[in-house]
Design a binder for this molecule. Structure first.
Ligand code: NDP
Length: 286
């Protein structure tokens, strides 16, 4: 495998984690309150439990406190709103995540919107997304931020490049497309209703894929020397973790590519850690 083509998200995220660890140690040395994250889990969705466990382990490794509040699936929307309201007003709480998906009887949008922007570490509330669109960056959603940091680390030029983003979710595709536009890229966004997807993918200098379908991108439908960012997290027939891109198949043709695992995933976590610290400093006048 040509390792020079691999965009190493794990390595870049380790650099960010080291920086966060140093900052947290400085905070501790000054005997200031330690930064913290509160994750609310409703029910016992297996995938959610894994994501939460990983976030908790990562936070604790860098010295950030992570508290997980679990509540049964039977919790009402009003009860959950009340819990969030209490956390919003607790000056010792820095950052809040409500782990999605929520049970059907709860309106996820209403719940996410109830988190104060001062603690919205995921950056999913309308005000943060609105600021992002306008180019006023304070805090950015984890995955788009992680991807932008990765592109920056590898000094990948965006101005004037044709970037094709596949996927238009509120947490990945849409915010990412806006960040790319603001970085002067020419951006095309594709989705499930796009006709003739390969017409667009073949034109991409940089192709960012956030679909959630294994091997939807093959070498036949990409441009020679393209840079590929694979956001997807899937399981293949052998239950092995894989992205949306047929990695082995496209590797000879690309200029650079992110692997799965070890590409965008670790960067999302690194961005989350940076966001927790950002909120901590905003909420405390040190
Ligand atoms: P969503 O399911 O919310 O969005 C998927 C997007 O892909 C939609 O916009 C959908 O179009 C589009 N799509 C679906 N099928 C096709 C198709 N055949 N051709 C073109 N577009 C298609 O997913 P997310 O954005 O939340 O996540 C996408 C992937 O990224 C998932 O695998 C997820 O696990 C992964 N992920 C990884 C993260 C990481 O840290 N690495 C973080 C977040 C997500 P439409 O809008 O029309 O339905």
């Amino acid at each position: 495998m040509d390792k020079t083509k691999i965009i190493d998200g794990k390595m870049v995220s380790d650099l960010i984690k080291a920086k966060v660890t140093t900052e947290v140690n400085e905070i501790k040395k000054k005997n200031h309150r330690v930064p913290n994250l509160t994750i609310i889990q409703i029910g016992d969705n297996k995938a959610s439990s894994t994501y939460i466990k990983n976030k908790k382990i990562t936070c604790e490794k860098v010295g950030i406190i992570c508290n997980v509040l679990t509540h049964p699936e039977t919790i009402t929307e009003a009860e959950l709103l009340n819990i969030i309201n209490q956390l919003n007003h607790d000056s010792t709480i820095d950052a809040i995540i409500v782990q999605l998906p929520l049970p059907r009887h709860i309106n996820s949008e209403k719940i996410i919107n109830s988190i104060t922007i001062k603690k919205d570490v995921d950056g999913f509330t309308p005000k943060i997304l609105g600021n992002l669109m306008l180019g006023h960056y304070q805090l950015l959603p984890g995955t788009p931020k992680g991807i932008m940091l990765l592109l920056k680390h590898y000094q990948i030029e965006l101005a004037g490049q044709h970037v094709v983003v596949i996927g238009r979710s509120n947490i990945v595709g849409k915010p990412l497309a806006n960040l790319l536009i603001n970085a002067s890229a020419t951006v095309t966004v594709c989705h499930s209703q796009t006709k003739n997807l390969s017409f667009f993918t073949k034109q991409a200098d940089i192709l960012i894929v956030a679909v959630g379908q294994p091997k939807i991108i093959t070498s036949e439908i990409i441009k020679e020397n393209a840079i590929i960012i694979d956001v997807g997290i899937n399981r293949d027939q052998d239950n092995k973790l894989c992205g949306d891109v047929d990695f082995e198949n496209v590797l000879p043709k690309v200029k650079m590519i992110t692997p799965v695992p070890g590409g965008v995933g670790p960067m999302t976590i690194a961005a989350l850690l940076e966001n927790i610290l950002y909120l901590y400093y905003q909420n405390n006048n040190f």
